[in-house]
Write a protein that binds this ligand. Structure first.
Ligand code: C5P
Length: 239
């Protein structure tokens, strides 16, 4: 079933400077549901940069993938939550105690307006051979489901997943577990280095909650127009 439309697209701003991120944010503001900023931006511009992006007025996903002992991750999530981001993520491989600490830290820092705390399962850059080399002897899909189950048990709000995992995760985790989905390409777009892509419309239809889209928007000749076209095609699905 298609959900009531509210723009689910978070534009991935994979840039290293605040001025580039602000310029993109301003041109995309009317056409995206939020912005995703990652480790490159955070390493260059820090908490002040992230705060400046929150001040731009769109919800911000801080894609920082924390993974450390519970006490340290709790401190990081507390600090990020105070900045006012809307989504933050941690590696589910950090374990249940770490994820519980992350969720509690978000609540302690921001109460009911806390960010969604999302788990990262298996990075899509890793295949079964890579997993085996680090001592994980399960197929990627089993490991994704195992880690998503742990994330749910720890009280996390959802996971980041490949579009090809939406159906299995939705079925296993139920309707309210948030699925945040990158690896999307509008029909006819350049796939760049993404290997197994899906269109935003198909991912939305299958039950993705947040669609993370980078280069099809940010590398377009007219990013605002590209974002507006994606938003329109998603809105027409929900109509
Ligand atoms: O430009 P593109 O649409 O490929 O960007 C997707 C964004 O989502 C990038 O910021 C990338 O780091 C992130 N991402 C991804 N695949 C994952 C997890 C995150 O592409 N499995």
């Amino acid at each position: 079933m298609i959900k009531p439309f509210q723009n689910p697209v978070f534009a991935a701003l994979d840039v290293a400077t605040l001025s580039e991120a602000q310029a993109l944010a301003r041109s995309l503001k009317a056409h995206c549901g939020g912005l995703k900023l990652g480790l490159e931006f955070f390493s260059a511009e820090g908490a002040d940069g992230l705060r400046a992006m929150v001040d731009e007025g769109l919800p911000v996903f801080a894609d920082l993938k924390f993974h450390d002992i519970p006490n340290t991750v709790a401190g990081a999530v507390r600090a990020i939550s105070r900045i006012g981001v809307t989504i933050v993520n941690v590696h589910a491989a950090g374990g249940v105690a770490m994820m519980e600490a992350a969720r509690k830290a978000a609540e302690d820092a921001a109460g009911p307006s806390r960010p969604l705390v999302i788990g990262v399962t298996v990075l899509t850059s890793l295949d079964e051979d890579d997993l085996r080399s680090v001592g994980v002897n399960s197929p990627v899909r089993d490991q994704v489901l195992r880690l998503a189950g742990l994330a749910q048990r720890a009280g996390l709000d959802g996971v980041v997943c490949s579009p090809h995992e939406i159906t299995a995760l939705r079925q296993a985790m139920g309707p309210s577990f948030k699925l945040i989905v990158p690896g999307l390409r509008p029909q006819g777009a350049d796939v760049s280095d993404q290997k197994r892509v899906m269109t935003p419309e198909d991912a939305y239809r299958l039950g993705a909650d947040v669609l993370v889209i980078g280069r099809p928007i940010t590398a377009a000749a007219d990013p605002a127009r590209a974002a507006a076209q994606i938003a329109q095609s998603l809105a027409s699905l929900a109509a």
